[in-house]
Ligand binder design. Structure first.
Ligand SMILES: Nc1nc2c(ncn2[C@@H]2O[C@H](COP(=O)(O)OP(=O)(O)OP(=O)(O)O)[C@@H](O)[C@H]2O)c(=O)[nH]1
Ligand SMILES: [Mg+2]
Length: 285
């Protein structure tokens, strides 16, 4: 993928500028990543702002990721002593566990409040992360109402917003998804585009679908073979991709392959989980 996949619009630059101030107002930074891509969907610029705060990691959309790899990531972060929690906004009954996780790591803060006679004070949590990982959906789920705007495209939240349910012990600061000005690694660019953190409007979807297909063939060829009626043991090459396009019925008049239509359908298949539970990154053992 080429440089046109870089996306750093004005509202992100503005949010970065305000972050130093906003972060002073919160007790905890909850960094949300995509469980399918827990490292490459972390914004390297953000950790610079979080040094003084309790910093927790949330691996969201775990319902779309490979369950065995999910478990491997949790062990990985445990080994690094990084508090990490596997989550899905589609799941039920996880909210209480998540609250327990947050409070278990925040005893220093809550003890401080108690000493000052502020037992009732809610912990203020800022949710940060790259676009489209599910920050606003997550907060809506926790406060029990649809306060923040959500949609399946990046850049939906444009400015920070407090979302508070006065009966609860946690208060949430929703923030716009942030990328960084230059994503150096081509593979990270590709995978961020695949999970929908970079808008379709600036992407070459045909290129994205071809490269993603090749990437997925390595570890999840079985799922692709099933969906697009291919020989599972085959080596990946352009002819195999063409076969998938053809088998999926993406043909123009005269029998020409319709790569554009296939790209749309394939990206939708991946993002909606139709292909299967797929992880895009694996921890080093
Ligand atoms: N399968 C699945 N989809 C999710 C989950 N969480 C959120 N989504 C979907 O992901 C899309 C993006 O959600 P948002 O909450 O708008 O994401 P965001 O991180 O706030 O995005 P920006 O505001 O653009 O940074 C929506 O279509 C959600 O329905 C999850 O745990 N699992
Ligand atoms: Mg949002």
């Amino acid at each position: 993928m080429d440089v046109q996949a870089q996306w750093f619009p004005g509202h992100m630059a503005k949010t970065f500028k305000r972050l130093n101030e906003e972060i002073k107002l919160v007790d905890i930074v909850l960094e949300m990543t995509d469980a399918r891509l827990p490292l490459s969907s972390r914004n390297p610029e953000l950790s610079k702002y979080c040094r003084q705060k309790l910093h927790l990691l949330l691996l969201n959309k775990s319902d779309l990721a490979d369950p065995a790899i999910n478990r491997a990531w949790i062990s990985y972060f445990e080994r690094l002593n990084t508090p990490a929690f596997l989550y899905s906004s589609k799941g039920k009954g996880q909210m209480k566990l998540l609250e327990n996780f947050i409070f278990a790591h925040a005893t220093e803060l809550t003890d401080k409040f108690t000493k000052r006679g502020l037992e009732k004070r809610a912990l203020k949590v800022m949710v940060i992360g790259v676009p489209n990982v599910g920050k606003s959906t997550f907060i809506n789920g926790l406060v029990g109402r649809k306060s923040a705007l959500t949609a399946d495209r990046p850049g939906v939240t444009r400015q920070t917003k407090w979302i508070i349910n006065s009966e609860q012990k946690l208060a949430w600061l929703d923030t716009p998804g942030l990328l960084w000005p230059k994503i150096e690694q081509k593979e990270a660019q590709l995978l961020l585009a695949l999970i929908g953190s970079i808008p379709e409007t600036i992407l070459d979807k045909e290129n994205l679908s071809y490269r993603s297909f090749a990437y997925l063939w390595e570890n999840y060829g079985k799922y692709l073979a099933q969906r697009y009626k291919l020989e599972e043991k085959a080596e990946f090459d352009p002819a195999l991709f063409d076969q998938a396009v053809k088998n999926h019925g993406c043909l123009r008049a005269g029998g020409k392959l319709d790569y554009e239509r296939f790209a749309k359908s394939f990206l939708n298949d991946f993002r909606s989980g139709i292909l299967g539970k797929i992880s895009l990154e694996r921890p080093e053992i």
